[in-house]
Design a protein around this ligand. Structure first.
Ligand code: ZN
Ligand code: ZN
Length: 346
């Protein structure tokens, strides 16, 4: 075993504290990565709030520098900058894995934290830490010239919105609606615009209207305004719903054209929708999360080609609890990224 410093929740109800955590010794196809930037995903907040047992180290969208390689590593060398997302292994043989949809692995993908290692059965610890050890097959070379802090959130938030935009074939002239303007939402706007779509944002918050306009959207619809919602009925080809709180999906189904698709990216307890809103126009309701390896690679290359990265606010390890409190109330433009360099030195 090797050790590093991580921000760990040691007992339910506590806060994240710097702690010595273990990493596995390198297997032949492993990389050791000195983590430099790790995005703060809403999943991390929920994991810490919901933890029923410690310890827990969050963090599943990160960038770092390869510091050591296993004996059979072929694709990376010491000093390479790599990015890693929320999946670090999968069975590799099921139909989904063979199709490059590792996120749907029939034997469940190994998650970057809180997952079960497929070799030794241990629980994975995330990248709010100085070092992470990962199979080379689940690390991605960061395209040259990309800002590493702004790239880290692409690895969860970015691929989560890029996957459905690609799967539904969004392209020039399509009308895309994005519900919610946070880490996922602002990246959905950037990717959809770069694909040539006309993008509108739905927000509950009048306060976010100007922020949304600054991202270059066609229209900002305040979803609590019934007249504004009626005005966009039948308009969109695809709506991506990034809102995390439970809400009625019917107004967004009504905003779709016939045969349009509403893809939900948040995970409420239950979906709530008026069946007529779905039936009228043969509309599709689907859900998505994360993406497989080919799509992740494609997403990074697309982002590099179009100059897309997340708008981030950098926080230090000492500021993580404050960042969680601000994230819980939506007070971030648009993603916190943890500067983990000091953890690597600790
Ligand atoms: Zn995430
Ligand atoms: Zn599989």
């Amino acid at each position: 075993m090797r050790t590093t410093t991580g921000l760990a929740l040691l007992a339910p109800g506590g806060t994240l504290q710097p702690s010595t955590i273990e990493r596995r010794d390198l297997r032949p196809d492993d990389l050791a990565v000195r983590v430099t930037w790790c995005g703060v995903c809403r999943t991390d907040l929920h994991a810490v709030q919901d933890a029923s047992s410690g310890p827990l180290v969050p963090g599943h969208e990160f960038v770092g520098v390869v510091s050591e390689v296993g004996t059979q590593v072929t694709r990376f060398a010491i000093g390479d900058t790599v990015a890693v997302g929320n999946i670090v292994d999968s069975c590799g043989t099921c139909a989904s894995c063979r199709a490059g949809d590792e996120q749907f692995c029939a034997e469940f993908p190994t998650l970057t934290y809180g997952g079960r290692d497929r070799v030794d059965g241990s629980t994975t610890s995330g990248a709010y830490a100085g070092e992470y050890v990962v199979r080379e097959g689940f690390a991605y070379a960061l395209p040259a010239g990309m800002d590493p802090a702004g790239a880290a959130p692409l690895m969860c938030a970015g691929v989560t919105v890029f996957e459905p935009l690609r799967r539904f074939g969004v392209g020039a002239g399509d009308r895309v609606g994005v519900v919610g303007l946070g880490g996922l939402g602002h990246l959905a706007v950037k990717f959809a615009r770069a694909m040539g779509a006309e993008v509108s944002v739905f927000t509950t918050s009048q306060a976010k209207v100007e922020d949304a306009r600054s991202l270059g959207v066609e229209d900002v619809v305040v979803s609590r305004d019934a007249d504004a919602m009626a005005a966009v009925a039948g308009r969109f080809d695809v709506v991506l719903d990034t809102a995390s709180a439970k809400h009625d999906l019917s107004p967004y189904l009504r905003s779709l054209r016939a045969d349009g698709t509403l893809c939900v990216l948040g995970i409420p307890d239950r979906y709530e929708a008026d069946p007529m809103a779905l039936m009228q126009g043969f509309k599709r309701l689907t859900a998505s999360g994360s993406g497989g390896r080919p799509r992740t690679r494609e997403m990074l290359d697309f982002a590099a080609a179009h100059g897309i990265s997340a708008d981030v606010e950098v926080v230090t390890p000492a500021e993580i609890t404050t960042a969680f409190e601000r994230l819980a109330r939506g007070d971030v433009r648009w993603r916190f990224v943890l500067d983990t360099a000091s953890l690597a030195q600790a």
